[in-house]
Write a protein that binds this ligand. Structure first.
Ligand code: FMN
Length: 170
């Protein structure tokens, strides 16, 4: 698939099969994540790769919509720095790289917002000065997975403006 095809096909996968993701596939996904661009090339991320089922189940209770973590083949907790203005932006870009690379190798994914970062930090021994507000589930999609019916995106005409705020093209 081309990058454009990967982007067009991307959608959240929240139901996963039991099929394990081979180490080399996991490493290829992580390698894509660490290649993401970042402000001043600070690369302000650490990726905590969680494969332990009990840890995944605990993490799935640390966000109100994080249940899919429990069934993931593995999850990546994005760990950043608390005091960096561009931290969230940089971590968001790394998340996209991780997810789009996963798409290319046939691995589905979905973000889980962590509502209780102090709990996840305690669970995974992450030092106080770090942020931990986003985890991503990864795994091969379960046979019953269907892309969300509510999915879809606004048309480009609705979100793109040419030159000035009122600059629309039909
Ligand atoms: C910042 C962010 C936070 C998200 N948090 C959650 C979450 O906590 N739980 C969840 O199931 N999906 C979460 N998602 C996934 C979105 O719900 C999903 O990307 C969106 O609904 C589009 O889905 P689609 O690509 O299948 O159309 C999050 C996505 C982003 C970008």
């Amino acid at each position: 698939m081309t990058v454009l095809e990967v982007i067009k096909n991307h959608h959240a996968v929240r139901q996963f099969s039991d099929r394990p993701v081979p180490d080399e596939v996991m490493l290829a996904i992580l390698d894509a994540g660490r290649r993401s661009q970042s402000s001043k090339n600070t690369q302000p991320w650490q990726f905590i790769v969680v494969t332990d089922r009990a840890l995944l189940e605990s993490m799935s209770k640390m966000g109100n919509f994080a249940g899919h973590l429990a069934g993931a083949a593995f999850a990546v907790l994005l760990v950043g720095l608390q005091d960096n203005t561009w931290n969230s932006f940089d971590l968001g870009q790394a998340a996209s790289y991780l997810q789009l690379a996963a798409d290319e190798v046939g691995v589905g994914s979905c973000i889980a917002a962590i509502y209780y970062p102090e709990q996840v930090k305690a669970l995974l021994n992450i030092p106080e000065e770090h942020s931990a507000f986003c985890a991503i589930s990864f795994g091969y999609a379960a046979p019953e997975h269907k892309p969300a019916q509510m999915g879809g995106r606004k048309p480009v005409q609705e979100v793109a403006y040419w030159n000035k705020w009122e600059g629309k093209r039909s």
